[in-house]
Design a protein around this ligand. Structure first.
Ligand code: HEM
Ligand SMILES: *[C@@H]1O[C@H](CO)[C@@H](O)[C@H](O)[C@H]1NC(C)=O
Ligand SMILES: *[C@@H]1O[C@H](CO)[C@@H](O)[C@H](O)[C@H]1NC(C)=O
Ligand SMILES: *[C@@H]1O[C@H](CO)[C@@H](O)[C@H](O)[C@H]1NC(C)=O
Ligand SMILES: CC(=O)N[C@H]1CO[C@H](CO)[C@@H](O)[C@@H]1O
Length: 488
């Protein structure tokens, strides 16, 4: 008996079963095949040609809702800006953002069901973390600089080529560790690495959907192994959590010298939500809160690629940094005044969005769009972000990168990089729009400002840091390098 073949056959049967078009979706037009066996081919094509397919769907089904077979099951795609508004207006009891995300990455298994049933970590980001961007600014900037100095030795005026995506990802993991727990724990290399691994690890959770439900707990250990990382992180956090809880028992919720870091805010939010604070529980949330690291690293890598390959941008961006920071120094406020850079990042996010589909929602009950299309309970629906961002009617010369596209004479009128719109959804839109986008934007802008002020930057034009898309999500090109040479 050939166990490998039997296993492959088993997987194929499960996939076929998952892709079997339930009659309830029959009324929605399909891109590609919809018959049981054939839809499998469409799903495979989507792995490598997702961008082309999503764009084709946008052209083929104007203003319509259509569907596509993928290895993650059927994706229903809503074209156009008006659908974005309708999806945002629906309540969480109709279309759920977190249930869509849960099922995509199988978070119930990789992080545990509490993350979805009691998502208090969202409040940590939305309220405390965002309010503290100014308070944490110096720590963030100092950590970023010392991380870059370790990567690009500071004594030398030689040119240094470094792999761009992994280097920035490392810088971000150090920022995350510093802001999560402060000194001395943030200096521990093992802990830092744990703060940078969750994107990679949690993404493996996608494969779990091919495993029968009763085998998923064991498959999670074998395929994802997130509990090993979270357990290791919990061991690091244990003494801090115990110490902070005992301070709280002595002094109540506020005490002199209470730390201002992500761990503390997470402990506070957990208690407000009625959850008992454990080191493992805190590690789970901190691990989840660093999920965006690879996304930030990718966007900053794309920005550096544009700066390095289009010399016309470097002078205006540098002049802006030198003039604003020259007058005001480095702070949250001065970074807010880098309007050209803000436009530049907005364009990076439009052109190199991390996902080609956004506003993922799971229909909790049957949902009916204004055109009468019924989305049956249990199905997953997305907005066609790629179609919107490359729509010539919304963005003239949409396929060209135009870094100063949004710059206005009157800066107050400029569309900010972090401001979602019906025509700009890299951070989602409306009530579930990414609450971490302000934190992420200050980090990215501060790092780019520092890098262009300090170094001359070059790269091989043929090696773009974004490799394209694997299904709906970006994939990084680990070969891409950027050369930094200290300016005189
Ligand atoms: C380049 C950086 C980032 C991008 C492009 C990004 C993008 C997104 C997108 C597209 C969503 C879904 C919005 C929707 O469904 O409408 C989202 C949600 C979310 N993001 Fe981000 N994000 C980034 C950074 C961050 C950071 C740094 C954090 C945390 C520190 C964070 C925390 C969250 C959370 C908690 C949610 C769920 C919000 C909810 O469901 O209400 N993100 N993000
Ligand atoms: C934490 O930051 C907030 C403002 O962002 C500030 O009001 C508070 O005093 C800070 N706490 C400590 C202990 O530094
Ligand atoms: C970092 O933490 C690990 C435990 O994961 C420990 O073994 C190691 O000694 C620590 N390193 C330093 C430099 O403290
Ligand atoms: C999970 O990770 C831990 C720590 O890295 C390792 O010791 C263990 O062997 C891993 N388990 C599997 C099944 O890969
Ligand atoms: C290709 C196409 O017709 N796309 C349409 C999608 O929907 C928006 C309106 O919401 C139209 O403006 C687009 O033309």
């Amino acid at each position: 008996m050939d166990y490998v073949n039997a296993a492959v056959l088993g997987v194929v049967l499960v996939v076929l079963f998952l892709l079997w078009e339930r009659p309830k979706l029959g009324h929605i037009p399909t891109l590609g095949y919809s018959a049981p066996l054939l839809s499998y081919f469409t799903a495979f094509k989507f792995r490598s040609q997702s961008r082309e397919m999503i764009e084709e769907g946008y052209r083929k089904f104007p203003n319509q809702i259509w569907k596509l077979s993928t290895l993650d099951g059927w994706f229903i795609v809503a074209n156009g800006t008006q659908r974005v508004e309708e999806m945002n207006k629906a309540s969480g009891k109709e279309l759920s953002a977190i249930l869509n995300f849960q099922s995509y990455l199988q978070l119930d298994y990789t992080l545990g069901p509490e993350v979805t049933t009691n998502p208090y970590h969202i409040n940590v980001v939305r309220s405390t973390m965002t309010r503290n961007v100014a308070a944490q600014f110096d720590d963030m900037r100092t950590e970023a600089i010392s991380a870059f100095e370790d990567l690009i030795p500071s004594t030398s005026t030689e040119a240094h080529a470094i792999p761009i995506f992994s280097s920035i990802a490392e810088v971000i993991s150090r920022i995350n560790a510093r802001l999560a727990v402060g000194f001395p724990l943030c200096q521990n290399k093992t802990f830092r690495d744990l703060c940078g691994r969750s994107s990679t690890v949690l993404f493996r959770g996608r494969h779990l959907r091919f495993v029968p439900t009763f085998l998923r707990p064991i498959a999670t250990k074998l395929i994802v192994n997130s509990s090993a990382d979270i357990g290791a992180m919990a061991n690091h956090l244990q003494p801090l959590v115990a110490d902070r809880l005992s301070q709280q028992r002595l002094h109540g919720f506020e005490w002199p010298g209470k730390p201002n870091d992500t761990l503390m805010w997470t402990m506070d939010e957990a208690q407000k939500s009625g959850e008992e604070v454990t080191a493992y529980g805190m590690a789970t949330r901190l691990y989840f809160l660093t999920f965006a690291s690879d996304g930030i690293a990718m966007m900053l890598s794309c920005a550096l690629y544009e700066v390095a390959t289009r010399p016309e941008y470097i002078k205006p961006l540098r002049d802006e940094v030198e003039s604003v920071v020259g007058q005001e120094g480095w702070s949250k406020d001065s970074i807010s005044k880098l309007y050209k850079m803000d436009s530049f990042f907005r364009e990076v996010h439009r052109c190199y969005d991390l996902n080609i589909l956004h506003l993922g929602r799971r229909a909790v009950k049957d949902f009916i769009f204004s055109d009468g299309t019924l989305i049956p309970a249990g199905s997953d629906i997305f907005s066609n972000a790629y179609g919107i961002h490359y729509d010539e009617k919304l963005y003239p010369s949409a396929h060209a990168f135009d870094g100063f596209r949004y710059v206005q004479e009157d800066a107050a009128k400029q569309a900010q990089f972090t401001k979602p719109g019906l025509d700009y959804v890299p951070f989602g839109y409306g009530k579930h729009a990414c609450p971490g986008r302000f934190t992420a934007a200050y980090q990215m802008k501060t790092m780019l400002a520092y890098l262009i002020a300090t170094y001359d930057i070059e790269t091989d034009k043929a090696l773009h840091p974004m490799n394209g898309f694997l299904e709906k999500a970006f994939s990084a090109n680990l070969e891409a390098k950027v050369t930094f040479k200290r300016r005189r």
